[in-house]
Design a protein around this ligand. Structure first.
Ligand SMILES: [Zn+2]
Length: 65
């Protein structure tokens, strides 16, 4: 099952496996493993940090108006 995990951003395999998620030691970003299966295009995968930022922006936008 564990087909070589690697960072979708820098393609490095220096990662820390947390089970559901993993950290890239090079980018210092955390990714969700399920995203690797979800996207064919790895450059479309967002880190958890980036996802949280987007949620924040969307929230602020909907609260403003
Ligand atoms: Zn990386």
């Amino acid at each position: 099952m564990n087909e070589e995990l690697h960072c979708p951003r820098c393609k490095n395999n220096k990662i820390i496996d947390y089970g559901e998620t993993f950290d890239c030691l090079i980018c210092k970003l955390e990714f969700e493993k399920k995203d690797l299966e979800l996207y064919d295009d790895e450059s479309a995968i967002l880190s958890i940090e980036e996802k949280l930022d987007i949620v924040k922006v969307l929230k602020t936008n909907s609260e403003k108006k």
